[in-house]
Design a binder for this molecule. Sequence first.
Ligand code: C2O
Ligand code: CU
Ligand code: CU
Length: 457
Amino acid sequence: MCLLTAACGEVTTESAPTLTTLSDTNPAADVVEVQLVAGPAEVEYLPGKPADVWAYSDGARPDIAPTVPGPVLEAKLGDQIIVHFRNELPEETTIHWHGVRVPPMSDGSPSSQTPVPPGGTFDYRFKAVDAGTFWYHPHVHGDVQIERGLYGVVIVRGGVTPEVSADRAFVLDDVKIEATGKLSTTTEQLDMMLGRQGNALLVNGKRNPVLISSAGARERWRLVNSANGRFFNLNLSGQKFIVIGWDGGLLSQPYAADNLLIAPGERYEVIVTFDGRVGDSISLRTLHYDRGHNIPDPGPQTIMEVRLEDRVATAPPLPTVWGEAPVIPVDAATPVRPLVLDEKEEGLTEPQFFINAERFPNVTPTKGVEGQIEIWSIRNDAEMDHPFHLHGMFFRVLDLDGQAPAHDGWKDTINIPQKKTLRFAVRYGAPGTWMYHCHILEHAERGMMGMLELSPK
Ligand code: C2O
Ligand code: CU
Ligand code: CU
């Protein structure tokens, strides 16, 4: 097996892309206390040609180089989490804990904190109140800072735990690299319009990695789309994904899917079982998805190979009970809040993006009361899809153009297809100001962002 070593010349593949975990420096069993640093670093997307990136590293482990994605923040349900953050970037930043229900002062958004200046520090404190897969990233110049490499996974363990031979997290991303191996710094009209799409697809920061596994193995994959604008439409050589979880944790009823569309910001948890023989290779591919503006179809693109090197015994049966069904009582009297997403490009040097005809930061805050239930009816008038994200709480999708979804579960980010109306029900969370925006970062940074101001009940 010389494929995985640098010694065998023409190396086009990289080995299993595992992530490191932030070290917990607090001896208490129910406290996770970590040190997270953001700073400039180098990684190689083209062999021998390092790219200048921005990356997170573990402040308690100076022996480990910064990585893209950053180290995983791992906790279990009920843990108290303390993150001592240090900014070594040449510009200000914050950390947002996407999907984690944190108190507003730890949300890292422009409405909740002054950005941390270069050389500055900030402590984020919150409790792990939901089990699931979340992610962290800056909320300042998101289109630039996240694209440069600042993102990492948050895993909160707890609840029903299926028996698997491996539990892995995969962050999907793409970068635009020059022939020199450096990240492209030019922003074209198309990058602003669609969100920058790269020419190199990454799984945990690696191009075409190889995952070594076994025939018959059952694995749990936690998938995060951290790309600025790319939609991943996953397919695993004809094998089915059993979808067990969405943004907000486990579903009450898992379902099988041949293809899995993941919009920027979304997370899916799946169970995969590798049918096949020893020696087989299975490719994880992304298929074309038409998200508007005649985006070209590059055909299926392989993003990772799974090699079956031995065989393991058939896995025990999956649990029959999973998560709790989401409940938010709504009826004809539930207040409905209309939102309209739109974009404008004609006659402009840069496209502009709107929610209810307003562009962030010049927006009228939406107001509500903690615990109140509302229906958000979001109409996408644009000629492209917009993945809509709400901070601080989960929602439950009611319908898309009047049609109830086939599956049910908690979401914090949902794709709203071009020219369609999506309605979700939400029970307002903690008092404070929460952002909502399109998770195509170029859109959020060019206006498609709003604020929800919640007062105490
Ligand atoms: Cu991951 Cu405000 O977003
Ligand atoms: Cu978020
Ligand atoms: Cu958008």
